[in-house]
Design a protein around this ligand. Structure first.
Ligand code: NAD
Length: 296
């Protein structure tokens, strides 16, 4: 069993750290929030007084923080100078590709090994240990990371070199955001043309318009499997987080001169939904915005 420093015990990190402790790892956990620390203690983690203390003596460091600036500050100001040279650093946060590459390069300059390992799956998957990890970094570092990440997830995939995990994550979520908007538009068009939503689902889910947004995450209540739409668009994947990922995708696209008109359109629609006060609703609530029932 490994000694793991875990920094960032929020909605996602709290469940992930608990799963590592449950599997018998020695987890030394830190967060700025008292409530997060209390939950980690209850789950069997030892508490650290700072990020540096969590990293000291660690064989692995896992971070699950809000954004690139937090990741850079935690590693550059605390972890790099505290962690043993043999440790493997794993950032599981969703952050911009440029920050991921910069922090991995800074780790390398100090002789430390680091991977980016963002996740697909929300709070339920973090709690249930069923996340999917997309890992960017050297193959030998991936091999070391895999068994630790597997203790928190159902799949661990090597995406490529430094930053490739973040690239996979934001490209995937840009596709998800755009297909969700398109799926919602199609349902609303079908309704206005007089089609029953269940009938449209039965046809399109077996035809060329089929997508995960339709068949696994249908935005229409009472149609398809049970989804946040059946619960007033509560729970699921918050609009604010989808907007964060779309902004990261569009920003990354600008940096490499990639054309993403559908991603940019999805970003502006999710921005409008968030501006209408619905940032906490599941991202499938974009159907209510398109239908004029939120905002407008
Ligand atoms: P969260 O805000 O609930 O948790 C972040 C935690 O980091 C907080 O507890 C905060 O106190 C802590 N923190 C911030 N700065 C810190 C510092 N300097 N030192 C120690 N702790 C610090 O966020 P979350 O929902 O757990 O998301 C974490 C990351 O996972 C984000 O990058 C998010 O985009 C990504 N993500 C979230 C979801 C989701 O459904 N929530 C899904 C996939 C990926």
């Amino acid at each position: 069993m490994a000694r793991i420093g875990f920094i960032g015990l929020g909605n996602m990190g709290g469940g992930m750290a608990a799963n590592l402790a449950k599997k018998g790892h020695q987890v030394h956990a830190f967060d700025l929030a008292e409530a997060a620390l209390a939950r980690a203690k209850e789950a069997g983690c030892a508490l650290a007084g700072s990020a540096a203390e969590a990293a000291r003596d660690a064989e692995f460091v896992v971070t699950m923080l809000p954004a690139g600036k937090h990741v850079r500050s935690v590693y550059e100001n605390e972890v790099f100078d505290a962690v043993p040279a043999s440790a493997l650093l794993m950032d599981c946060s969703t952050i911009d590709v440029a920050s991921a590459k910069a922090v991995e390069a800074a780790a390398g300059a100090k002789g430390l090994s680091m991977v980016d390992a963002p996740v697909s799956g929300g709070i339920a998957a973090a709690n249930g240990g069923t996340l999917t990890f997309m890992v960017g970094g050297e193959a030998s570092d991936f091999a070391r990371a895999e068994p630790i990440l597997a203790a928190m997830g159902k799949a661990v995939i090597h995406a490529g070199g430094a930053g490739a995990g973040q690239a996979a994550k934001i490209a995937n979520n840009m596709l998800l955001g755009a297909t969700m908007v398109a799926t919602c538009e199609a349902f609303l068009l079908a309704q206005k043309l007089g089609l029953d939503s269940q009938t449209f689902y039965d046809i399109s889910s077996k035809a060329s318009g089929q997508s995960w947004s339709m068949t696994s995450y249908c935005p229409v209540p009472g149609v398809g499997p049970t989804t946040p739409a059946d619960n007033g668009y509560q729970g699921g994947f918050a609009t604010a987080l989808m907007l964060k990922d779309l902004k990261l995708a569009v920003e990354a696209a600008h940096g490499v001169d990639a054309s993403v008109p559908m991603g940019a359109a999805a970003e502006s629609l999710y921005q409008a939904l968030a501006n209408a006060g619905a940032g906490g609703l599941d991202f499938s609530a974009i159907i209510k915005f398109l239908d004029g029932k939120i905002g407008g």
